[in-house]
Ligand binder design. Structure first.
Ligand code: A2P
Length: 276
């Protein structure tokens, strides 16, 4: 079973999740039961992925109770603003076929549009009405997080960012720790980088009897980061969740720490904050 963290707001969150980008509705519908049957309980989608209907259908096909699932979606940049959040959220709930989200994130800060504070305020209200259990953000920099706190008195409980051994986000993680924000990792396996081809990972994997992907995901979990790997392949789904009954040694963790290159796999530039 996947262990849990407790968020600052008291809600429990699985220590590892299942990513659904880039899946379309049909793929999500077919694959979500496969993931749920293999033990995943945190499911991560977004309006921008265009697969919320498929995710909702997949959950229902699985036969697993909605209440046993931690469901996340994200509000797109085009729906930022005091008035549009409610409509966007209701659309997500309708497509997913549920009456609440466990976690709702602002997908990107879009500081050029400068509506993320108003968006955040409206999300806090939707939470107080019971449509959302926990509220968070994605791809935010410390300056954006500090502004939310200054203007609304409340920091997110989660910030989901690109993070993997070649792109470790150490300064941001220290900021998160100081403010009790949980770090979630998108692209936890490095996606377009050559991360999984690393000789060091192969060597650690040989010693542990594990694959390079498992070594990377165990590094996330052991670092207190919640990785959200995506796989469309049932064998790799099972492989990716099998990272709870064994440990990396301190020396192996240190080896992984040294793999940081600072090169992002997505090419996303945090300083430009453009929505992708
Ligand atoms: P696939 O869906 O065919 O398994 P990330 O979550 O970092 O974005 O990485 C997702 C990519 O990594 C997908 O292309 C996925 O392909 C691939 N992937 C997922 N799990 C594994 C694994 N255990 N070993 C190798 N590649 C993987």
């Amino acid at each position: 079973d996947v262990a849990h963290h407790v968020l600052r707001d008291g809600h429990k969150i699985p220590q590892l999740g299942f990513g659904t980008y880039p899946m379309d509705d049909a793929e999500a519908e077919a694959l979500l039961p496969e993931a749920l049957w293999r033990g995943y309980r945190l499911l991560d989608t977004a309006v921008n992925y265009g697969n919320e209907r498929g995710v909702g259908r997949g959950i229902r096909h699985s036969g697993i109770s909605r209440d046993d699932i931690f469901l996340t979606s994200k509000i797109p940049g085009r729906d930022h603003g005091r008035e549009s959040v409610r409509r966007s959220l209701e659309g997500s709930l309708r497509r997913l076929g549920t009456d609440y989200l466990d976690l709702y994130l602002i997908h990107w800060p879009n500081p050029g549009v400068d509506q993320y504070v108003q968006t955040w305020q409206a999300m806090l209200e939707a939470r107080d009405e019971g449509l959302i259990r926990s509220v968070g953000v994605s791809n935010f920099l410390p300056e954006h997080l500090l502004r939310l706190e200054a203007e609304t008195g409340e920091m997110p409980v989660v910030n989901q960012v690109e993070l993997h051994p070649q792109y470790q986000q150490e300064a941001l993680r220290a900021f998160h720790q100081e403010h009790r924000i949980l770090t979630q990792a998108w692209s936890p396996l490095g996606r377009k980088t050559d991360l999984l081809q690393s000789d060091w990972l192969a060597e650690i994997g040989r010693r542990q009897g594990r694959t390079p992907a498992q070594v990377v995901l165990r590094w996330h979990v052991q670092s207190g980061i919640v990785p959200i790997p995506k796989s469309s392949n049932p064998e790799r789904m099972a492989e990716n969740i099998d990272v709870f009954e064994w440990d990396l040694t301190d020396e192996q963790m240190e080896r992984l720490r040294m793999m940081h290159t600072g090169i992002s796999g997505s090419g996303f530039d945090p300083a430009a904050h453009e929505e992708m």
